[in-house]
Design a protein around this ligand. Structure first.
Ligand code: PLP
Length: 362
C-alpha cells in the first residue's frame, strides 16, 4: 500500500528490508538486535552510527550533542521547562497548533506564568502562522519555543520565526530532517522518530552545549535530566535498541540517496504536485491553510465539498491502495502526510486519483 498516515508513518523500504535480512542474525551474533545487550560491541556500533549519521546529515557543529531518549515529544514538553526554566527563568512560546498548545500547557504546569505566549493563531483556528509583527518576545527570555511543522493543521515555518537573538527550542517531530538548515540559532531540537525517522519509542534530541550547561537542576529524577543522558551518551538506562537500530538504517539510507538536499528536492516536488492539484480544482478541493507561504510540505490538509464526499474519497483511495488519508478528528476533511519515505511516484498516483475523483464527482 501507499502509506499517507500522519504517524507512525511509512519508512523507506530499503531500511526495512535491511532489518528483515538481519532480523534473526544481527552482526553475526546469531540473535536479533533486540536480543543483544545494549552494552555489547555489536549494539554499540549501531548506537554510535545513529549518532554520527545524525551529526553528518544535519551538519551539526561540534558544540551540539545528540541524545537518543524515550517518552516521545510529550516527555520533552515537560523535561524542557524542568531543566531549562529554573531560577525564575522565563520563556516565550509560539502557539500555532494543537501540539504547540500542548507544549505550552505542559510548560505552564512546571513554570506557571514564567511561560508566556509570544503569539497565537488560535483565533484563526491555526489556519496560518503568526506574522513577524504579531510575535512578542521579552528581552529576558531564555528561549523561544515553536513547532516547526504543525502536523494537524498543515502549516510549516519555511523561514523560522523572527525573534531577535533569543535561542530557539523547537519541536521538529513532524519535519525532522526534511531539508538542510542552519542549526546555530537552536539551543535544543526534539521530536519523536515515528514520522520522518523511524519507529515510535525513540525521541531524537539535539542540544547545544550552553543549553546543557543551563540544566543545573540536581533535584530531578535522573531520567529527566538532559545532563545525565549527555554524560552517559544516551546509555544511562537501557535505550530503545531496536528503534535506534531502525533509525540507523533509515539514516544510512538517507545518506545513500544524497542526504538532506536530495530529500528536500523530493519533498518540494511532492508538495508542488499536491498543492498544484488542489489549486487547479479550487472549486472542489479547498485547502485548510489560508496563506500559501505557510503551507506544509509534510501534511497537506484539504476539504471536499461535503463530509460525505470526504468519506467517499478516503474509501475509494483505500480500494486503490492508498491509506491514511482521513483528516484529524478536530478538523475533518483529508490530510495527506507526505513524510520523507513517501516518494514522488506515490504522490503522482494520488494526484491521478484526485483528478479522476473530480471528474466523476465534481
Ligand atoms: N509534536 C508534534 C508536532 C507531533 O506531530 C506529535 C505527534 O503527532 C507530537 C508532538 C506528540 O508526539 P509523541 O506522541 O511522540 O509524544
Amino acid at each position: 500500500v501507499i502509506n499517507f498516515y500522519a504517524g507512525p508513518a511509512g519508512l523507506p523500504l530499503p531500511a526495512l528490508e535491511r532489518a528483515q535480512e538481519e532480523l534473526l542474525d544481527f552482526a553475526g551474533t546469531g540473535m536479533s538486535v533486540m536480543e543483544v545487550s545494549h552494552r555489547s560491541k555489536e549494539y554499540d556500533a549501531v548506537h554510535e552510527e545513529a549518532i554520527a549519521l545524525t551529526k553528518e546529515l544535519m551538519g551539526l557543529p561540534s558544540n551540539y550533542k545528540v541524545l537518543l531518549l524515550q517518552g516521545g515529544a510529550h516527555l520533552s514538553f515537560g523535561m524542557i521547562p524542568l531543566n531549562l526554566l529554573r531560577n525564575d527563568k522565563k520563556a516565550d512560546y509560539i502557539v500555532t497548533g494543537n501540539w504547540a498548545e500542548k507544549a505550552t500547557k505542559e510548560a505552564k504546569l512546571v513554570a506557571g506564568d514564567r511561560v508566556r505566549v509570544a503569539a497565537s493563531t488560535k483565533e484563526q483556528k491555526f489556519s496560518r502562522l503568526p506574522h513577524a509583527d504579531e510575535i512578542k518576545v521579552g528581552p529576558d527570555s531564555a528561549f523561544v519555543h515553536f513547532t516547526s511543522n504543525n502536523t494537524v493543521e498543515g502549516t510549516q515555518w519555511h523561514e523560522f520565526p523572527k525573534v531577535g537573538h533569543v535561542p530557539y527550542i523547537c519541536d521538529m517531530s513532524s519535519d525532522f530532517m526534511w531539508r538542510p538548515f542552519d542549526v546555530s540559532p537552536f539551543g535544543l531540537i526534539y521530536g519523536g522518530a515515528q514520522k520522518n525517522l523511524g519507529p515510535s519509542g525513540v525521541t531524537l534530541t539535539i542540544i547545544r552545549e550552553d543549553f546543557l550547561e543551563m540544566c543545573e537542576a540536581q533535584d530531578l529524577p535522573s531520567y529527566l535530566r538532559y545532563k545525565i543522558h549527555a554524560e552517559k551518551n544516551s546509555l544511562y538506562n537501557t535505550p530503545p535498541t531496536f528503534g535506534i537500530y531502525i533509525l540507523r538504517n533509515v539514516l544510512a539510507y538517507n545518506k545513500s540517496i544524497g542526504g538532506l538536499k536530495a530529500i528536500e528536492a523530493s519533498n518540494k516536488k511532492k508538495a508542488e504536485l499536491l498543492y498544484g492539484c488542489v489549486d487547479k480544482h479550487s472549486g472542489f478541493y479547498k485547502g485548510f491553510v489560508t496563506e500559501k507561504a505557510h503551507r506544509s510540505v509534510m501534511n497537506v490538509d484539504f476539504f471536499l465539498p461535503t463530509p460525505e464526499l470526504d468519506d467517499q474519497f478516503v474509501k475509494e483511495a483505500k480500494k486503490a491502495g492508498m491509506v491514511g488519508l482521513k483528516g484529524y478528528r478536530d478538523i475533518g476533511g483529508i490530510r495527506v502526510s507526505t513524510y520523507n519515505a513517501v516518494t514522488v511516484d506515490h504522490v503522482k498516483t494520488l494526484v491521478d486519483f484526485m483528478e479522476q475523483f473530480v471528474k466523476t464527482n465534481g
